[in-house]
Design a binder for this molecule. Sequence first.
Ligand SMILES: *Cc1c(COP(=O)(O)O)cnc(C)c1O
Length: 355
Amino acid sequence: MAKKLFIPGPVSVAPEVLDKLATPIIGHRGKEASELQKSITHKLQKLFFTKEEILLSTSSGSGLMEGAIRSCTGKRAAVFSIGAFGKRWFEMAQSNQVQADLFEQEWGKATSAEQVEQVLKTGKYDLITITHNETSTGVMNPLASIAQAVKKYPDVIFCVDAVSSMGGSKIETDTLGIDICITSTQKSLGLPPGFSVCTFSAKAAARAEKVPFRGYYFDLLSLYDYIKTKDYQYSSTPSLPHMFALDYQLDRILAEGIENRYCRHQEMAEMVREWAVKNYSLFADSDYLSDTVTVINNTRNIDISELNKELGCRGYQIANGYGKMKDKTFRIAHMADYTIEDIANLLKNIDDILN
Ligand SMILES: *Cc1c(COP(=O)(O)O)cnc(C)c1O
């Protein structure tokens, strides 16, 4: 039996979207491929609220994260981390010999605009990375106030990891001044894993031109140049099946209405939080709760893997805590195409099993 995956990626995918993966393959250098990429680009520009270019990547989101910090750091990167995924960006910098400093926050807390301001005013940094929605802790960072701080430093390239939130929470990329906003297909967009997308501003492109060693496959400038000079094609062979499915899923997202989609995510989040507060407690700072994933303190010492086994028999799966928080917390994702009824059924089944 196929389980409904209430884990923070990969999520379950609608059958009609899965069908699109089986679309007959086209050549990747023809007009058809350009048209497909253009169609995806126009739809993603709506979802990201941007007029800048959209880069596609035949990789999961980590590829674009690595590409961003390597391709666009001139002097030094300031990496802000509030959990496992924030720190990943620092590890990527180090392994690519990109100069970077890590500014960590205790797990469960958010990055503050003041912190960002303190760091950027040293003048040492020309790129900053922020995790919008930290999937390991269930914290959603206050992007609007952080963006205000970053805007005071126009030489700084602003990179945002929106892997687990784009499509579930509103991010107005251009208004916020984000240069590179990254997401993967397997989270709030509701597609199979193996593909990712990001915005790429003209300012980011100008920076990358001054960075001599940008790598090869994840050289974001080469992806950008292919769009500009080869009429929206990909620099190597893209995963065309993902592109067909993405183009179709974006139609479904736009048909639902993106504002409606955000509301649905908020309602699902509120239902899970209410249930969690009643029965357990929330791990994240209550002022910065994520709309796409809730991390719950395991105050009743439940055996999470046992619970998941039982849930599995009923067609559901939730996630254990991330890394060092395994068994101390557990996580319920409420993203992509799930409905409020799906969430209600999941919670009823958990209660059922535990009573
Ligand atoms: C899942 C996730 C990633 C990693 O994305 P992949 O697509 O698995 O490479 C990065 N950041 C956050 C916040 C995530 O949730």
